[in-house]
Each structure stands twice: as C-alpha cells, then as structure tokens.
Ligand binder design. Structure first.
Ligand SMILES: C[S@@+](CC[C@H](N)C(=O)[O-])C[C@H]1O[C@@H](n2cnc3c(N)ncnc32)[C@H](O)[C@@H]1O
Length: 210
C-alpha cells in the first residue's frame, strides 16, 4: 500500500504513542458478544505489537496479525516470550508458533488462504491509521480475505479533521458504513467522548460490522 506516513521510521524513532501496552477495554468488554468457539482465530490487521494479541492467546484463542514493521514484530516476540519459527515468502516474513502467526510485511499482500477459519477481526487503530485515499483499498482487501460473514469489532475515532492532521485520522461512522456497504451493516456499541490536551473533542466509538 502506498502511504505518505513513514511507519517504519515511526517504529525506528519509537514514536508509538498509539501502543496501549494493556488490553483494549472495548475488546475486553465486548469479546463475549461474539460467542466465539474456545479456540477461535482472531485477526489483527495492522497489529503493531499490540498486547491485545497476547491477551487473546492467554484466553485460549488463536491469533493472526499482520504488521509492516520488523521492529514491532521483534518487540512482540521478545515481550511475549513465545518461541516462533520463521520462514519467508516473496511477500512476508512469517513468524509462527502454536497459537499465533505474525505476517511481517504489507497487509495488501495477504490472501484469503492466510485467514482461513478466522472468526473475528479486531480493528483497533487500523482503519484510523490509514489515509483517506487508501481506506477503500483497505476495506476491499479486508472483505476479500476474511471468510464470508466474519464480524469485525472496530474502534474508530471521529473529530474535526481541520484541527489535527492525524494519524489517528477522523473516520466518521457514515464513511465506515459507506465503505462496508452493501455487504456489511454497522452497529454502534458505545460512544466515548475524549478531550485532547489541546482541548480537541474526540469521539471514540466501538462498533460491530457484520
Ligand atoms: C496506529 S498503529 C496501530 C497498531 C495496533 N493496531 C495497536 O492497536 O497498537 C498502525 C500500525 O499499522 C502498521 N502498518 C501501516 N501500514 C501497514 C501496512 N500496509 N501493512 C501492515 N502494517 C501496516 C504500522 O507499522 C503501525 O504499527
């Protein structure tokens, strides 16, 4: 995916304020709504080194993540203390262990075969990390690689984009609905009002897309 944001550089500079370092509260609060099988597979697009993946593994789920930055993947591997086997293809370095597979490379290179059996997508800071001109490609790719009718738990943000450049970008509900239409419908689970240090009002939203 062609991007103007240099994510590799952000990881090199350790400029990763998006990294929560603990489980995302919406994931923890809403995962039961999906009535997943005990060993269900959850896909984390643009996963960074999110602790959410470890949290899901600790609960018996299987995890698939894709991340551009080798630094992020190596950080996750060393922090998780899981032993991984590595192999490489034309598109990815692939790190595999019993409960998790991490694809290091461009999300656009994933195929449906890579996500076979996936039962939930958790999009936290993924669609809102993508510039507007790329969001349709991001969503079309997602819909084309996940098994049909796989639900998506998405955490989005909405604010006056004129006040801040992003990322995270403001991605209004109407845009999300349009991007996923007509295959999917969006249902808002929760809206949370956040106030930035600069006084900017940000609406954080948890939604199910199914
Ligand atoms: C805002 S961060 C969110 C990371 C993670 N979801 C979290 O909640 O901490 C966005 C991540 O997307 C990764 N990324 C950006 N473009 C990508 C691409 N085309 N393929 C895979 N990963 C990408 C970046 O390196 C960065 O780690």
């Amino acid at each position: 995916m062609k991007q103007t944001i240099n994510w590799q550089q952000r990881w090199t500079d350790n400029s990763i304020r998006f990294h929560e370092g603990k489980v995302n509260k919406f994931l923890a609060n809403y995962i039961d709504q999906f009535a997943l099988n005990p060993a269900a597979t959850i896909f984390f697009p643009l996963c960074g080194k999110s602790y959410d993946m470890q949290w899901c593994i600790d609960r018996g789920y299987k995890v698939i993540g894709v991340e551009l930055s080798e630094i992020a993947v190596q950080d996750f591997i060393s922090e998780s203390k899981i032993g991984f086997e590595k192999h490489s293809t034309d598109s990815f370095n692939i790190y595999r262990s019993e409960h998790i597979t991490l694809y290091q490379g461009d999300y656009m290179g994933l195929t449906a075969a890579d996500l076979e059996g996936c039962q939930l997508v958790f999009d936290r800071a993924a669609i809102i990390a993508i510039e507007a001109f790329n969001r349709r490609s991001y969503v079309e790719q997602l819909i084309s690689i996940i098994p049909k009718s796989t639900p998506i738990l998405m955490i989005s943000r909405e604010y006056d984009q004129r006040s801040r450049s992003g990322p995270p970008f403001s991605v209004p509900l109407s845009e999300i609905q349009q991007l996923f239409s007509p295959s999917y419908l969006c249902r808002v689970l929760e809206d949370e009002q956040l106030s930035g240090a600069d006084g900017l009002q940000v609406l954080q939203r948890a939604l199910i897309i199914s």
